[in-house]
Structures are given as C-alpha cells and as structure tokens.
Design a protein around this ligand. Sequence first.
Ligand code: NAD
Length: 264
Amino acid sequence: MDDFTGHVVFVTGAASGIGLGIARAFYETGANVVLGDFRPETLDRARADFPDPSRVSFQQVDVRDETSVAAFLRAGEDAFGPATVMVANAGVYPNTPVLEMSPTEWDQVMETNVRGVFLSCQAAARSMVAHGTPGKLITISSGASTSGRRGASHYCASKAGVVMFTKVLAMELAEHKINVNCVSPGLVEVSDGFSAISTDYVTVLKQSIPWGRIGQPADIANAVLFLASPAAEFITGAVLAVDGGSSAGRAHLPLSSPTPERHS
Ligand SMILES: NC(=O)c1ccc[n+]([C@@H]2O[C@H](COP(=O)([O-])OP(=O)(O)OC[C@H]3O[C@@H](n4cnc5c(N)ncnc54)[C@H](O)[C@@H]3O)[C@@H](O)[C@H]2O)c1
C-alpha cells in the first residue's frame, strides 16, 4: 500500500458509499483528506470513521455550484495546503423512463454528474497548475457509460460525458504532468446513499457479474489509490473498469451450443 502522507486529497460526494470508502482509504494511508458533500447530516455521521481530526476536514459543498466548489477548495487548502489529488465522485442516479422524465430531473443528473465533475476538476487543476503540483485528478464514471439500461438515459449520457471529459482533460494537462484518469465501477454496495436502488434490480444485475459478488467501496478505493500512486505515473486518459468482469460481456447467457459434449 502506498504512503500518501503529506498529500492533500479532496473527495466529492464523500458522505457515503464509494466516496466515503475512497476518503477512508486515503486517510488510512496517511493523507490529509477533505470530504465534501451536500448532505451535512450524513457528512457529520462520517466523522466517526476518522479518529484523527487533525487530518480531515468536512465541508458542505454543492458540486453544481461554481462558488461552492471554489469555497470547498479554499477551505481544504487553508487547512492543509495545495491540492495534490481530486476525486470527483459525487453523482446521482435516479431512474425514470424518458416518456415520464421531467426536464428538472434530467438537469439534476447532468448538472451533478457532468457539470459537477467539470467544476471540481477545473478548480483542483487550476490550483495544481498555479503551484506546479504534478497532481492527480480521478473521475468516477460507471458501467452505464457504455451499457444502456432502461430509465437511465440521463445517467448513461452523463457517465459517457464523464469519460470523454476525462480523456480531453488528460490531453490538456499532460504538459503540466497532471494525470487525469477515470474509474468505472460496476454495481457497488452502498449504505446511507442518496439514490435508491431496488432489491429486484440488484438481484438480477448480480447474475451478470462473473466474479459472483457485488463490489464494495474498498474495491473502487483500491483502484483510485493505484491511479493516484507513483506507479501510475505514465497512465493518463485511461478508464479503469472495476466491476468483477461485468463489462467483459454478457456473463448471464447460457452456452449457445445445445450439446456442449459434441466438441469433446
Ligand atoms: N453504487 C454503484 O453501484 C455505482 C456504480 C457505478 C458508478 N457509481 C458512481 O459512484 C459515485 C458514488 O455513488 P454511490 O453509489 O457511492 O452513491 P451515494 O449516494 O452513496 O454517494 C454519492 C454522494 O454524492 C453526494 N451528492 C449528490 N449530489 C451532490 C452535489 N450536488 N454536491 C455534492 N455532493 C452531492 C450525495 O449526498 C452522496 O453522499 C457516483 O458518481 C455514482 O454514479 C456508483
């Protein structure tokens, strides 16, 4: 495990689920961690997971709002110094078919998942460039960026947007030696989450995970730590699927041959 002592790591959407798992992982490897979320009570509950208050800062932030994101960066940098890592994780995933979807719901998803990632990465990147920091920007997409599902037109479009945003930013920031990469989780178990997932959905989706289990926030955190580590210095503009093989293909299908023995 790498040692991130001295790093200043920002994580958005850090009050629960994957973001909290990522924040914890950086904290456990010695980093100073700035947790941002727009749900103050949930963020407050997360305090119990971080016994050394001198290395954590909890900030209310709405990633859709430029002023709020700037204040988040400023508060964290005032506490610990210039940003070295930004994990743009905050995201929402309501589920509504297009025929019934309100423009408000569409906007909420695009503004959180795409605009929020843009604003978070832009704020951190500007600081990194200004300080000459060879920093790391890590975005969180989803298997939904390449595989559609009903009710998730906005979500799938937003996560595909995150992938392309990551690739372009990686090209733009390469001259500053700032790595920009994306982690694309499959189904991950979260508690205290903002967006609801039905048990029916989980039961059916689980059948298409070759590894045979749902992901945990720690699985995603491990990939993020790797991308933030010196071992990933030459990796930029990449999308790392962390999904137990879900994106490899349609694992729930039976063998196509009616009599497999005939090949033996
Ligand atoms: N859980 C999964 O199966 C899964 C799979 C693929 C991708 N993802 C992605 O992982 C990320 C984390 O999701 P999660 O499953 O941990 O859900 P979650 O609801 O537990 O975490 C998301 C956090 O983002 C916060 N948030 C939402 N809007 C915000 C805003 N405008 N400003 C600041 N914070 C805001 C929420 O309060 C919440 O704490 C999301 O981007 C999601 O799309 C999740």
